[in-house]
Design a protein around this ligand. Sequence first.
Ligand SMILES: Nc1ncnc2c1ncn2[C@@H]1O[C@H](COP(=O)(O)OP(=O)(O)OP(=O)(O)O)[C@@H](O)[C@H]1O
Ligand SMILES: [Mg+2]
Length: 240
Amino acid sequence: MPILKIKDLHVSVEGQPILKGVSLALEEGEIHALMGPNGSGKSTLAFALAGHPDYRVERGRVLLSGEDITHLPPDQRAKMGLFLAFQYPPEVEGVRLREFMRLACGDQGHGFCEFQEAYPKAVRRLSLEELADRELNVGFSGGEKKRAELLQAWLLRPRVALLDESDSGVDVDAVKVIARAIRELAEAGTTVLIITHYPRILEHVPPARVFVLQEGRIVQAGGPELARTIEAEGFKAVQR
Ligand SMILES: Nc1ncnc2c1ncn2[C@@H]1O[C@H](COP(=O)(O)OP(=O)(O)OP(=O)(O)O)[C@@H](O)[C@H]1O
Ligand SMILES: [Mg+2]
């Protein structure tokens, strides 16, 4: 049974229809990829799944483990195990990364001692030792912000992780660090959706399925070779 099922999802932003009937299923424990040109609606889909109030569901349903979450507030979805790594992570002044993670992990039922042990390990895993006690994303470089997003997923162990361009603007070594974190997440049972423009990350974390979104609709689904076709020939190769 798919862990996340999206059925005929229509989403508008500021009265503008962006998603025009997206249907998609993520199989439990598998890694999936979502590709698509700029402005095709990838982040809109991610925000709508996370329950961002600006993204209005006009039609369709989203089921997480068979439960209808289409109109649940974001915090309830998060508590049910849905995680979103932002394409543009916000800077949160006055909130330290460590404190933020301690509270988030506590909310998910992780004990304090468990956190005290897991946090330094996660920080090392994501090569974020220097930033462990800094304010969340404040003054972080682009690549550091992406690794801090992965750190959150790695510690929270969500049921489903939506990773919105976690590899964009990231150097070659950091891509490997991020890829390893994604692999470990998946090995621990998290279902992953990697939103990306580049097959590079997918070489390190081979997806079971690749979906292509264009103009608010899924136009094609296939195996990892689809990512290579797009890299070689562009999105015109996968127009429907
Ligand atoms: N808050 C918003 N207000 C107005 N328009 C929006 C908003 N969010 C998204 N859009 C529009 O929706 C369309 C899809 O945007 P979205 O960010 O989902 O694309 P994307 O596929 O993630 O692109 P990219 O690859 O550049 O990240 C774009 O035309 C964008 O301008
Ligand atoms: Mg985007």
